[in-house]
Design a binder for this molecule. Structure first.
Ligand code: ADP
Length: 241
């Protein structure tokens, strides 16, 4: 599904978090929103998801205006920075949640839900852990479950807020390779927030660099690496964060 972000602005109190952002994302792209802390990345992601409303501008999915649609109606999967799993539910129940809360007309049967959850557990390589609770899992395992949960509703758009930020280097690398593979195999469009330039360069099809609520640069990893618009913030040679 393509995403068209048209002239989006957002002010908190008198602070302009996003200042006239326009961006086109093609179907199937994996786009990184990169930028320093406070540059507006999460706010933009939440506006695409419908978790936050823009003061101005519109969000178009496949040519259809979604600006005033609810998150549920936008059919997006959202992965939060700190997993946000339900503590009192097992892994199975966490993944099944989005399917069970559907209106009865759209709710799959118990058997279909079970089948789907097991497919997703296989996809994130967590088949053995269906009956565990989140407190019994490592950070990497929790994030895999959060990914499976986001994918349960078969979203055409997957939005991820610093999905691997809290994990150690090896797990981060495994999960970002997994995300790349998911992209190469499934028809899904994804936007992920990161402040880690190496992560963006490693997996994204395109990188959008935000700075102080504005787009500073858009390009492929090669383009932004070879010719950074703001070498003082991103020199892509050493890490400046
Ligand atoms: P980033 O994800 O790039 O770190 P954010 O989008 O989270 O940036 O935030 C951009 C700016 O907007 C920050 O200065 C932040 O403090 C402010 N901000 C974000 N959400 C809120 C909110 N709900 N209320 C007030 N200010 C907010």
């Amino acid at each position: 599904m393509s995403i068209e972000i048209c002239n989006v602005s957002k002010t908190f109190d008198s602070f302009k978090a996003l200042n006239d952002i326009s961006l086109s994302i093609q179907t199937g792209e994996l786009v990184a929103l990169l930028g320093p802390s406070g540059s507006g990345k999460t706010t933009l992601l939440r506006i695409i998801a419908g978790l936050e409303t823009a003061d101005q501008g519109s969000i178009i999915f496949d040519g259809e205006d979604n600006t005033s649609k609810s998150t549920q109606d936008r059919k997006v999967g959202f992965v939060f920075q700190h997993y946000a799993l339900f503590k009192h539910m097992t892994v199975f129940e966490n993944i099944a949640f989005g399917l069970r809360v559907r209106p009865s007309k759209f709710r799959p049967s118990k058997e279909a839900i079970k089948k789907k959850v097991h497919e997703l557990l296989e996809l994130v390589k967590m088949e053995e852990l269906a009956n565990r609770y989140p407190s019994q899992l490592s950070g990497g395992q929790r994030q895999r479950i959060a990914l499976a949960r986001a994918l349960a509703v078969e979203p055409k758009v997957l939005l991820l807020d610093e999905p691997f930020g809290a994990l150690d280097a090896k797990v981060r690398k495994d999960l970002r390779r997994w995300l790349r593979k998911l992209h190469d195999e499934y028809p899904i469009t994804s936007v992920f927030v990161t402040h880690d330039q190496e992560e963006a360069l490693d997996v994204a099809d395109r990188i959008v660099i935000l700075n102080q609520g504005k787009i500073e640069q858009i390009g492929t990893p090669e383009e932004v690496y070879d010719n950074p618009a703001n070498p003082f913030v991103y020199n892509f040679l050493g890490n400046v964060n």
